[in-house]
Design a protein around this ligand. Structure first.
Ligand SMILES: *[C@@H]1O[C@H](CO)[C@@H](O)[C@H](O)[C@H]1NC(C)=O
Ligand SMILES: *[C@@H]1O[C@H](CO)[C@@H](O)[C@H](O)[C@H]1NC(C)=O
Ligand SMILES: *[C@@H]1O[C@H](CO)[C@@H](O)[C@H](O)[C@H]1NC(C)=O
Ligand SMILES: *[C@@H]1O[C@H](CO)[C@@H](O)[C@H](O)[C@H]1NC(C)=O
Length: 445
């Protein structure tokens, strides 16, 4: 278990910092957390050197030979996409079947031409400043010149018309933390190239936001939830302590109520769990994470994360007021702090992806993804209502290879110079791939 905690150190970072939305108290850390972070610091340096070999480029160069070939295939694919009934086609040709069963999450990044980035900071008006890396001074742009190539098929590029055609008249909600928001923001930019969305609702803290695409009668919203389950911060002398009480068996009503109106729910979580937490089930304490109290069982982060997904999925499955919601799990997206944590000088200034060989699949990030998949598979076997669907947008493997996709120093907060954001993702950037993948998944359900 200690090993797991150590491996998690690169993700601990998120804690209290980048996950905070603007108005949140970002520096409310109590005294316990820094203690734990320091004790993990050495481990994080060690694990960094295990994660990345010194020759990230050699394998990438070999891939150049595939470029021309892949680009041609891509063009063909794009062409296919534009055929009017592509999205509704039921043709059962063998090739189609093969495409449908191909594992889209298993692949590698291949060089792509620049035109493959879908929008710029001038063509999308809704890029949040903190993700607008070029505006904030990022100078390298080669990280845009890659696309995801599944081993056994092609991932079509994102076509906003096809997406909007599928979701016409529907409601889609992203449920999760600020990384979920980042995903929604990428989708908003991708779709806005086809139609300008209307900003129809925003709560006072800008955690719940709704956009509407009138031509397609499509509603897109973000529902803020740190843990998916009930998690309340302990207050000490009127300020947040960054210590949370989690109710493992209770869903967070902030999304559990509105979900009954959604046709598509995109669920994700993970980053907030790396902190001191007291765990409760049926109102009784069952243990804690990082608390080191003699009378409480000390759990690994894995335990509450597994419980949170179990509780969330089984709520959706049992929800009688819900429509035949299509629930998509967006798997854990790793942070990439190198040589430190967010508050100890960690940074992420790489300018190209790493290869699969350079990724440590024994890492905590990968374990979290596996747990999420396991819980998804479990609920799929227990689906109660016909029409109710659970699917996965499995981004973890691809994103483990993209330490170059984060804002790093270019996240634009004048007040916190010297800190890096290696958790969220630049826009445009590799996060746009999440929506290419999500579209491919939606076409299959
Ligand atoms: C867009 O990015 C360029 C750098 O590529 C920057 O000079 C410009 O200020 C940015 N514009 C906006 C509107 O963010
Ligand atoms: C809370 O306030 C009291 C009284 O001002 C002080 O004695 C105590 O140390 C404070 N606790 C913490 C954790 O800051
Ligand atoms: C564990 O011990 C602490 C103090 O040592 C106490 O405050 C807490 O209530 C105890 N928890 C349980 C579940 O007994
Ligand atoms: C990244 O930052 C580190 C520390 O500031 C520096 O030593 C290194 O040269 C930088 N790498 C690149 C590619 O800029």
């Amino acid at each position: 278990m200690m090993e797991n905690i150590m491996k998690s150190s690169s993700t601990v970072s998120l804690d209290m910092f980048h996950i905070c939305s603007k108005r949140e108290r970002c520096f409310n850390s109590g005294t316990l957390v820094p203690f734990i972070l320091t004790s993990l610091f050495v481990a994080s340096i060690l694990s960094f050197f295990l994660f990345y070999s010194p020759y990230p480029f050699s394998v990438l160069l070999n891939q150049y030979s595939n470029v021309v070939q892949n680009q041609q295939a891509q063009n063909q694919q794009d062409h296919l996409n534009l055929q009017p009934n592509h999205a509704t086609s039921n043709s059962k040709s063998p090739q189609n079947e093969e495409e449908k069963s191909c594992d889209l999450s298993n692949g590698h990044w291949v060089p792509a031409l620049r035109e493959s980035s879908y929008y710029s900071n001038s063509s999308c008006r809704t890029i949040p400043d903190s993700k607008n890396c070029f505006k904030n001074g990022r100078e390298d742009s080669d990280f845009l010149d890659w696309r995801w190539k599944p081993e056994k098929c092609e991932l079509p590029s994102f076509d906003p018309r096809i997406f909007l055609h599928i979701v016409r008249g529907k409601k889609m909600g992203f449920i999760g933390d600020s990384v979920a928001r980042n995903h929604m923001e990428s989708l908003l930019c991708l779709l806005s190239q086809e139609e300008s969305p209307k900003d129809v609702h925003k709560d006072s803290e800008d955690r719940f936001r709704t956009w509407y695409f009138p031509n397609y009668e499509f509603t897109l919203m973000i529902l803020w939830s740190r843990f998916l389950i009930v998690g309340e911060e302990r207050m000490v002398n009127g300020t947040g302590s960054s210590i949370f009480d989690l109710q493992l068996d209770k869903v967070d009503e902030d999304w559990a109520k509105p979900i009954s109106s959604l046709d598509y729910a995109i669920i994700s979580a993970g980053q907030w769990f790396f902190r001191v937490m007291y765990l409760h089930e049926h109102g009784k304490p069952v243990g804690c994470v990082y608390c080191r109290e003699p009378n409480l069982t000390d759990y690994n982060v894995v335990f509450p994360i597994r419980k949170a997904f179990q509780t969330a999925f089984s709520f959706i499955n049992g929800c009688n007021q819900c429509r035949n919601t299509v629930t998509l799990l967006r798997t854990f997206a790793p942070a990439h702090f190198e040589n430190g944590l967010w508050n100890t000088g960690g940074y992420c200034n790489r300018t190209a992806p790493v290869t699969q060989e350079q990724v440590d699949f024994k890492s905590f990030d990968w374990e979290l993804r596996n747990i999420q998949i396991e819980e998804l598979e479990r609920v799929k076997k227990e689906v109660k209502r016909k029409g109710q669907k659970f699917e996965v947008v499995d981004v973890t493997r691809a994103m483990l290879m993209r330490p170059d996709g984060h804002p790093g120093a270019y996240w634009g907060d004048k007040w916190m110079k010297g800190y890096n954001d290696c958790t969220h993702w630049c826009m445009p950037g590799p996060i746009d791939f999440w929506n290419e993948l999500m579209l491919a998944v939606l076409e299959r359900v």
